[in-house]
Design a protein around this ligand. Structure first.
Ligand code: PMP
Length: 352
């Protein structure tokens, strides 16, 4: 299929999504110099990793016929997924309706509105996150031609990472003569950790694949909603259907305050403008490295940028507490490893 094929409009947006640079972050921890690798997912079209999943689900939707031109897209989301579907949906000519827990950041809500999405804020009394999913389903089923991406149960969410994020990571590490010993990622839907994990395990069955959750809200460990936390985008009240905990290694837990402090340091000391879950992922990568040794090649991703957190604790003074790891991380420098050259392997007829 060529890049300008009208039967698959998602191809028009492909160069804007995925194929992100990889960051090698140098730091000192307890006297030893180390490196952790992180994919810059903040550089996607709408500024988050969720663009990958939205594009893949829409691509499959067009191909199967479940998504029709101009059809309504309805999804429940804690923010980034909605922004992805709203923007990509608009780019491809779809109206979009989003159900969102009412306590998500004001920036998320304003951004969704800016893309012209119909927005329904769901309060805790109305069922919060699970209520959002129920209400999205009700609207989807009642509307002719509506498309329900169902990110928490749609395998294409994992496929986006199995065919994109995973191979990119392998090639970028390979360009340095390295292979991943471990990959860690905070679990929202779990699409990232499952998809990248599946890809890396194909060639390296012993690679560690760790899901990450907030210490104060260990939904994965407990099996249902428990406690509260400030790491927006992960630990959404239940264990998603696409997450197979038997496939994954030990769940790593990070304190939300520690994640905030780490994200603040990444911005302040390295100029890396990332969100709270990026701080959590960095600290979880550090925990995995502590288990495997300071030289272990541990990779993760920075799911989004700090722009959606201007009104949150990410921009405020956060107290250091006993047991936090971030105060012991001395960031030394960052080197970006370039994007994988897609035009080299997938030439566009008549171009270049
Ligand atoms: N961090 C942020 C900021 C997110 O929005 C998400 C997606 N909800 C994640 C991490 C987790 O990604 P996934 O859904 O692939 O588990």
């Amino acid at each position: 299929m060529n890049r300008f094929d009208r039967t698959d409009p998602t191809r028009d947006l492909e160069p804007l999504i995925g194929n992100t640079p990889l960051l090698a972050i140098r730091f000192r921890f307890r006297g030893t110099e180390r490196r952790i690798f992180a994919k810059s997912e903040n550089l996607n079209m709408t500024g988050s990793v969720k663009d990958r999943m939205a594009l893949q689900i829409m691509r499959r939707g067009y191909r199967s016929g479940a998504l029709v031109r101009g059809g309504l897209i309805v999804e429940a989301t804690s923010g980034n997924t909605g922004i992805s579907f709203a923007a990509i949906g608009r780019a491809l000519g779809h109206p979009v309706a989003i159900y969102l827990p009412s306590w998500m950041s004001g920036e998320r809500i304003a951004l969704l509105r800016s893309f012209g999405a119909r927005l329904e804020l769901v309060t805790a009394e109305q069922g919060g996150f699970t209520g959002s999913i129920r209400l999205a389903d009700e609207l989807g089923h009642a509307t002719e031609g509506a498309f329900l991406p169902h990110q928490f149960s749609n395998e294409d969410n994992c496929v986006a990472h199995e065919t994109g994020t995973g191979p990119e990571l392998e090639q970028q590490l390979g360009s340095l003569g390295l292979e991943a010993d471990a990959f860690v990622a905070g679990v929202g839907t779990g699409g990232t950790v499952m998809g990248v994990g599946r890809y890396l395990r194909r060639t390296r069955p012993e690679v560690r694949i760790h899901p990450v959750e907030p210490a104060s809200s260990p939904t994965l460990s407990v099996g249902h909603r428990v406690g509260k936390h400030r790491i927006q985008g992960i630990s959404d009240e239940f264990v998603p259907a696409i997450v197979d905990l038997k496939f994954l290694d030990e769940i790593l837990a990070v304190h939300d305050g520690d994640a905030i402090l780490m994200a603040q340091r990444l911005a302040r000391q390295l100029g890396m403008a990332v969100g709270i879950s990026s701080g959590a992922n960095f600290l979880a990568a550090l925990l995995a490295q502590n288990q495997l040794g300071a030289d272990a090649v541990v990779a993760t991703l920075f799911p989004d940028s700090n722009k959606k957190y201007l009104s949150t604790d990410l921009m405020a003074e956060e107290p250091e507490r006993e047991g936090y790891l971030s105060p012991e991380v001395e960031l030394l420098g960052v080197q970006a490893i370039g994007r994988v050259c897609t035009l080299c392997v997938d030439p566009v007829p008549g171009v270049g």
